[in-house]
Design a protein around this ligand. Structure first.
Ligand code: NIG
Ligand code: FE
Length: 413
């Protein structure tokens, strides 16, 4: 099957030549290579070739789409979500408006523990249907690859149930999905007075089964004051590595907790959140392979201060952005809205923000060889936009959906 896109007004994030850029750093993030008035040919699942309309060779296509006035980009890569959950937490939203903090709500047994109670009362089938509905909604706003975490089970059955839901999504959705084991999201009530016993349960009981059944690609820990401290995080990450699960961790959301440094020390693929980042954290990230992933949707929704994106980009780091889609701190998986927040609040340029959710988002899921740029042989996961005048129009036109059509695995969805 050959699908040809013609008269593309802007084909963005192109790569030619043989060397694949694995991620973009610092000042290179200001650049999105592009071709104006372009064509692109898809063969089966993959990008076959592309170029300028004036140089288009004669070639057969089964279907042709005219993209006059429209742009084409690689589909977004959302490297941090909690898309599987049982119920919204709109009551806590109102509590926060009235003055309670996110941490206070958690201390009172709300927050993650609230979601865990609901999840453990909900069947795998219902969780799957709800998650699939959310996944389809984020695909419609441009997402083509997504990482999804467990972490609302907080016991053997609940965690396995969540990971099986994610596996079923992997099997049935055209989106590319990575799965992350996050039993270390909060201490369950029954372990509040015996925290080491919960670590023991995760490490010696749940982790071996998760690994044995191949249910996770990564290991996550909510490294934070009041949640998992540095010693517990280190213990969990070492155990994860033993079972072949690389770390991608929650770090420095609420405090300067040392989470960034412990992530770097354990060769984390990414450290995520980073509201509380200063010179020491930036120094630790420089020269490491760990990707700093910013989740400003959570800072927006919780009314917290934003991540110092400018400082991190100016320091030469490969900054990534992700939604953190979850029922508590960010009930939105909408990447176009995230781009608007990144531009207006973090002062990232539209090009930097788009690099952060394409090539760097792919790298934060180790998908850079297959996704994140428009390159021959890469998977054809593409956004065809509405008629838009520029790349900057996407974050400018905030609250609206720039996507007209999505192509995943070479097919219109
Ligand atoms: O990334 N901070 C920890 N975990 C999630 C929120 C989970 C929740 O509130 O349900 C986050 O913000
Ligand atoms: Fe999160």
């Amino acid at each position: 099957m050959r699908l040809l896109l013609n008269n593309i007004s802007g084909l963005f994030q192109t790569e030619d030549g043989t060397a694949t850029r694995a991620r973009v750093y610092g000042q290179d993030m200001a650049n999105i290579p592009s071709i104006t008035n372009a064509w692109l040919l898809i063969e089966d699942h993959r990008i076959h070739s592309f170029g300028k309309m004036e140089d288009q060779p004669q070639s057969h296509a089964d279907e042709v789409i005219d993209c006059t006035g429209q742009s084409v980009l690689p589909a977004w890569c959302d490297s941090h979500t909690h898309l599987v959950f049982a119920a919204p937490r709109d009551g806590e939203f109102v509590d926060r408006i009235k003055g309670l903090s996110y941490e206070e709500i958690a201390r009172r047994g709300g927050g993650i523990l609230n979601s865990a109670r609901k999840l453990n009362e909900t069947s795998e089938e219902v969780l799957y249907e709800q998650a699939l509905h959310r996944l389809n909604a984020v695909i419609a706003t441009g997402t083509g690859a997504i990482e999804i975490k467990s972490g609302y089970g907080l016991n053997l059955e609940g965690e396995l149930k969540m990971l099986r839901v994610i596996r079923k999504l992997k099997e049935n959705s055209p989106a590319t999905i990575k799965s992350t084991f996050l039993a270390a999201h909060a201490y369950p009530i029954e372990y509040q007075n015996n925290r080491p016993a919960y670590l023991e349960l995760i490490i010696n009981k749940i982790l071996p089964i998760v690994s044995g059944e191949g249910l996770a690609d990564y290991m996550d820990v909510f490294c934070e004051k009041g949640f998992f401290d540095i010693d517990a995080t280190a213990q969990l990450l070492e155990a994860g590595w033993k079972y072949g699960l690389k770390p991608k961790i929650h770090a420095n959301q609420l405090h300067y907790s040392g989470g960034v440094q412990i992530g770097v020390r354990h060769n984390a693929i990414s450290v995520d959140h980073l509201e509380c980042v200063g010179d020491e954290e930036i120094e630790a990230l420089k020269g490491s392979n760990t990707i700093p992933t910013l989740l400003p949707g959570a800072a927006f929704f919780l009314g917290m201060h934003y991540q110092p994106a400018r400082k991190m980009i100016d320091a030469g780091l490969p900054v990534c952005l992700a939604t953190d889609y979850n029922p508590g701190s960010c009930p939105s998986g909408n990447i176009p809205l995230l781009l608007s927040i990144a531009c207006t609040q973090l002062k990232m340029t539209p090009e930097e923000a788009v690099n952060a959710v394409t090539i760097n988002g792919a790298a934060a899921m180790e998908l850079q060889n297959d996704l994140g740029t428009i390159k021959t042989e890469k998977k054809a996961n593409l956004i065809i936009t509405q008629k838009i005048p520029s790349l900057a129009y996407i974050p400018y036109d905030y609250g609206n959906n720039p996507v007209q059509k999505m192509i995943l695995e070479g097919k219109i969805v």
